[in-house]
Structures are given as C-alpha cells and as structure tokens.
Design a protein around this ligand. Sequence first.
Ligand SMILES: Nc1ncnc2c1ncn2[C@@H]1O[C@H](COP(=O)(O)OP(=O)(O)OP(=O)(O)O)[C@@H](O)[C@H]1O
Ligand SMILES: Nc1ncnc2c1ncn2[C@@H]1O[C@H](COP(=O)(O)OP(=O)(O)OP(=O)(O)O)[C@@H](O)[C@H]1O
Ligand SMILES: [Mg+2]
Ligand SMILES: [Mg+2]
Lengths: 254, 254
Amino acid sequence: MKTIAFANRKGGTGKTTSAVSIAAAIAESGKKVVLVDLDPQANATAALGIERAGRGDGSQALFAGSASSRSLSRRTMLEKLAVIPAGSDLAVIEYGLAANGKKWQSILRKRMKGLAKEYDIAVIDCPPSISPLSVNALVAASGVVVTLQCDYFSLEGLAEFAANIERLRSAHNSQLALFGLLKTMYDARTLLSRQVAEQLARHFGSKVFKTPIPRTVRLAEAPSHGLPITLYAPTSPAATAYREVATELLRRVA
Amino acid sequence: MKTIAFANRKGGTGKTTSAVSIAAAIAESGKKVVLVDLDPQANATAALGIERAGRGDGSQALFAGSASSRSLSRRTMLEKLAVIPAGSDLAVIEYGLAANGKKWQSILRKRMKGLAKEYDIAVIDCPPSISPLSVNALVAASGVVVTLQCDYFSLEGLAEFAANIERLRSAHNSQLALFGLLKTMYDARTLLSRQVAEQLARHFGSKVFKTPIPRTVRLAEAPSHGLPITLYAPTSPAATAYREVATELLRRVA
Ligand SMILES: Nc1ncnc2c1ncn2[C@@H]1O[C@H](COP(=O)(O)OP(=O)(O)OP(=O)(O)O)[C@@H](O)[C@H]1O
Ligand SMILES: Nc1ncnc2c1ncn2[C@@H]1O[C@H](COP(=O)(O)OP(=O)(O)OP(=O)(O)O)[C@@H](O)[C@H]1O
Ligand SMILES: [Mg+2]
Ligand SMILES: [Mg+2]
C-alpha cells in the first residue's frame, strides 16, 4: 500500500478538493483506496456525503488507539473508495498530541499498518498550519502532494515548506518522497498566475504536475451534493483535469 | 484602544488580506493602528513590505515576555500604521503555548496592554486551524471579524465557529463581540455564491457587512509589491470595498 499525503500549511490551497477528487479518480480506475480525513473541519468527510465521526470513532480513534483502522473505515458511493472520517474530537487530539512522549510523530504510521492488507492506496487529507496531525501524516506517508494556488503567498511559503519536509525526512521518515506540486484554482487569464507558474517550473521542474486544475464553480458545488467531481460532473474540465493528475500521480507513486 | 481579531479556522478565507487592507484604510482615515501578525506564515508582515521577525523579535517575543510590545512595533509606509511582525519562531511558541499553565489563553491580552497608550486600534491577523495563537487573539480582542468565501465548506464551518466563540466568551473574555461576517473573494456571477450569501443573510442578518469584497487579481498582486490595496490600486473596486467595510467596522467597534 502506498500512502499519499495532501499537505500545505497555507490555507485554502485545494488540499481537500484534490484529496477527494484524486482518491475518487484512482478508485474509479480500479484500485482500492482509503481516504483518511485528518482535518477536524471534516471537509473531506462531508465532501463524500459521510457523517462526521462521533466520540470513539473516526480518525481520532486511530490516534487514541481505541479501535482498529479497519473497523473505522466507512463505505462511499464508489465501490472501491472507503473513508476514515474526521470529527471534532480530532481537535482535542491535536492539542495533546505533541505531549505524547518521544515517538508522537509516528503514531499514525503505526496505526495505519492494518490498512495495508485491504487497500492499494491510502490518501490523507491534512489540515492547514503546522499541525501535529500534518506531521503525523508526513511521517506515515510514502510521499506528499503539495497543492497550491498560483499567487504570491504560496510561492513565499514553498521554500520553508520544502525545508520542513527535508527535516522530517531526516528525523523520522527517510522514505518520504515529494510526489509533486499541484497547481489548483488556476486562472490562466491573469498575469500573476502565469508568472507564478513560471517560477514553479523554474525551481521545481518536472515535480510540477503537467495539468493545472482550473478554477471552476463545479468544484465548489460538488461537496454540497456529497459527490466527488468525477460523479458530479464527469465530463467537466475539472473532472478531466483531476483524472489526468491521478494518472500522472500513480506513475510517480509506483 | 479597541482590538479587532480577524479569524476563521478555515484556510484561505481572506483573513490576512482583510486585516492588512482594513488596517491600512483605518490608518489612512486618521486613527493610529497597530497590526499584530500572529501567523507563523508571516503573510501580513510580507504584505506590508516588512522583514520577518528574527529570534527574540516580533510577536513571538510578545508571548515569551522577553520584550515590551512598544519596542517590537515597526513602522510602515503609512504614517499611522505600525506592525508587530511574525517570524518562524512563532511556530515553536504555538506548539508549547497550551502547556503554559492555567492562564495560557490570556498571555497575549496581558502583553498587549502596553499598546493602549499609543494606538487607537489594534488589528490581529490569525492563522488558520484552532491554533492556541488564535485562542489568545480572541481572548485579547474587543471583537472578531470572521472572513469567509461564499462556498459550501465555509457555511458548514460557521455554526461550529460561532459555538467556539461563545465558549471563549463565557470562559475567558466576556466582552468578546462578533463585529461581523465579511464576504471575501465574492463572485456575484455564480449561483453558489448568491445562495450562500442568502443563507448568511438569513442566519446572521445585520452582522453581515453590507459590502462584499470582490474577487480581483489586484488583491492577489498587492502583497507582491509590499503594498496594501489602498496604496497599490487606490481607485480600484477592491480598495473602495475595503474602505467601505473599514468605515462600517469602525461604527460597530465604537
Ligand atoms: N479549482 C477550484 N475551483 C473553484 N473552487 C475551488 C477549486 N478548488 C477548491 N475550490 C473551493 O475552494 C475552497 C477551498 O478549497 P479546499 O477546501 O479544497 O482547500 P484546503 O486547502 O483543503 O483548505 P484548508 O486549508 O481549510 O484545509 C473550497 O470551498 C473549495 O470547494
Ligand atoms: N478578493 C480577492 N481576490 C483575489 N484574490 C484574493 C482576494 N482576497 C485574497 N486573495 C488572495 O487569496 C489568497 C488567500 O487569501 P489570504 O491569504 O488573505 O487568506 P487567509 O485566510 O489569510 O489564508 P490563511 O488561512 O492561510 O491564513 C492570497 O493569495 C490572497 O492574495
Ligand atoms: Mg481542507
Ligand atoms: Mg492568513
């Protein structure tokens, strides 16, 4: 099983939208996928029409060690896509996690081992900011996809984020790969977007996914119906773009 | 001195852009303003052309109690606008803050008292997620402005955010007002935006600021020049909208 974390400390960069859309596209291509919602906001959970986790349930129970990972996963409308949902108790876990002793960064990696028999791919949706939850995700992951808008703050934050990944790799997870940088909410009509895209290409070369995800209201509407874009608007440019990225990602993950 | 926190756990809702634009507009109207950057990403700091704080400097020194608030503020290109910048050490503070004993939520309120003699208005830019930094900001604040995009996840998260504010009010800060809800990156052409705006109006009535902030590349460009929108593009719809909101906000704060 390969584990793909969708991360960026910057807020609103399309982490959840990309984790959900790509998990769905991979499941539709025939692989068994489990999406782990690690954000107390539980956006990915809602986007797939699943109820928030209650006490003793969902991804917070993974951290508490109070339930096996296999008992926590929920089915979705896609045969090959399961979800371990998030709930508000995850916020309580977040506060206490870093006080859990020397190996707190590796708790999630240990607890996710039970998923390997059942799934080909695990996708983790991370919260924004340098959360102990995101740190656990990056230690548990085979690699990370960094989603970002093409704007000034995103570019500013990238160097530091790359340094953070490097630090985690040497301290806790030597296998952590940078699977790629994904341009989201892309508006090719603005000069700023094209300038930032150029900078990305110059500094990260082939790490940048070829296909940018266009800004489109379809992607903002889909979660309100509890459907991934691949079901909500299967022939839309947004669904097509995410399927292309999913294909490119699977090649890099293999 | 009145203290206004710009907060929302959801990422990328325009907290920083609004804190900077409104702080600038209020300063240009003649009041003395200090902007406290409480986000380790230091976006507000960069948006006003100020260098990140180094060790022992900036808002992290406020928490460490190692420097007076007045010694930490930096001048900007606007005569009446000062900034207490953020730096990456703030992330270290963030992790340790909740372990600081019983009154950790009130540290910022205590340390900001020294600003009252010198400024009319303090503006605090908060990071996303339920950070101990945001909690400190809400306990230090006279009131909060919640910025949000008009989309599904934003609406979903509001009820819980309102509950969190209520909890903080009863536990730590009985004066904490909800100064208002600000619609950002608004695109009136999409049905989803108008539907969400309607829901906001129905549930929050006059709390919602009359003027939405339009989505415009000018606001994304301004920080790359280290200028607030009111200087970068003074006659643009974006600058006009933020000035109108600043005026409405000052009435509510008084
Ligand atoms: N390509 C797109 N076009 C239009 N809207 C989009 C697009 N991608 C995402 N959105 C919308 O933008 C908002 C932010 O996206 P999303 O929640 O996926 O980002 P995030 O990085 O997960 O945010 P957070 O940092 O809060 O976790 C959401 O309302 C989402 O529906
Ligand atoms: N009205 C607008 N039109 C176009 N772009 C905007 C607008 N408001 C903000 N932006 C851009 O959108 C991005 C997100 O905005 P901003 O950083 O202010 O949100 P935030 O809530 O502070 O994010 P975070 O949760 O990471 O702190 C930034 O690149 C900003 O320049
Ligand atoms: Mg998200
Ligand atoms: Mg911000």
